[in-house]
Design a protein around this ligand. Structure first.
Ligand SMILES: NC(=O)c1ccc[n+]([C@@H]2O[C@H](COP(=O)([O-])OP(=O)(O)OC[C@H]3O[C@@H](n4cnc5c(N)ncnc54)[C@H](OP(=O)(O)O)[C@@H]3O)[C@@H](O)[C@H]2O)c1
Length: 207
């Protein structure tokens, strides 16, 4: 069992939590409004909502599931706690990165500073598919791409992805998050254009 602190209480946070709770992990949500958020998200009734600080402090793995523009300030504010802790950054920069010369997850790692252990993952997985790891139309297991600079950390993330029922796809070093960041607007455009209602996934075949 892994102690997972998910920062955010939105769509991605609650659906990831549901899957990891079902797999036997311990999950806590971090929220800016932990004292006033009386209602636990319906997908995750077994998980408590605590402050962002407490969620980070008590977790072995921290999942950052808040808007991209909030990630850097969050990482800077909690840098001392996040250092030497496995951090999964799922945030998508979209138009907030002027070019593809640096990835959102690289900015997160820089904000944490020396000792940062950031893995980028789940970026192109719509929340609508998180509890549907097998595509019902094709029967194919959906992929989750992940990147990071430390093999031991990536092995933990691969297991967490597997625990949700998805196929983990190791896409290399953290720098490759630049590519993952660019794949997201494209799948959003394809999904919208072809009317897939947030059900599309990228899939690597043939291996
Ligand atoms: N939507 C998708 O399908 C999808 C897919 C892949 C990746 N992502 C990425 O995952 C992240 C979360 O997406 P989502 O769809 O779950 O968003 P969401 O439903 O809007 O939830 C975001 C959560 O972030 C917290 N938050 C909002 N503004 C914040 C701020 N300024 N500082 C700190 N926390 C803040 C809020 O929690 P509290 O109010 O409780 O603090 C909120 O519940 C985003 O970065 C997104 O790009 C989304």
């Amino acid at each position: 069992m892994t102690h997972i602190g998910i920062i955010g209480t939105g769509h991605m946070a609650t659906h990831l939590a549901r899957g990891w709770l079902d797999a036997g992990h311990h999950v806590q949500f971090g929220s800016r409004y932990s004292e006033t958020k009386a209602n636990l998200p319906k997908q995750s009734p077994a998980a408590r909502i605590v402050s962002n600080y407490e969620a980070v402090q008590s977790a072995e793995v921290v999942v950052i599931a808040i808007p991209f523009t909030a990630v850097k300030p969050f990482a800077q504010q909690h840098a001392d706690l996040l250092r030497n802790k496995l951090v999964i950054d799922i945030s998508n920069p979209f138009e907030h990165l002027p070019d593809n010369r640096i990835a959102g997850a690289e900015i997160t790692a820089q904000a944490i500073g020396a000792g940062a252990r950031v893995v980028a993952a789940f970026k192109a997985n719509f929340w609508q598919t998180l509890l549907e790891p097998i595509d019902p139309k094709s029967g194919i297991v959906r992929d989750v791409h992940y990147v990071g600079d430390h093999d031991a950390d990536k092995a933990i993330v691969a297991q967490l992805i597997t625990d949700l029922g998805f196929q983990p796809v190791d896409c290399g070093v953290l720098r490759n998050a630049r590519v993952l960041d660019s794949m997201v607007p494209l799948i959003v455009e394809l999904d919208r254009r072809l009317g897939a209602d947030h059900r599309f996934s990228w899939k690597l075949l043939g291996n």
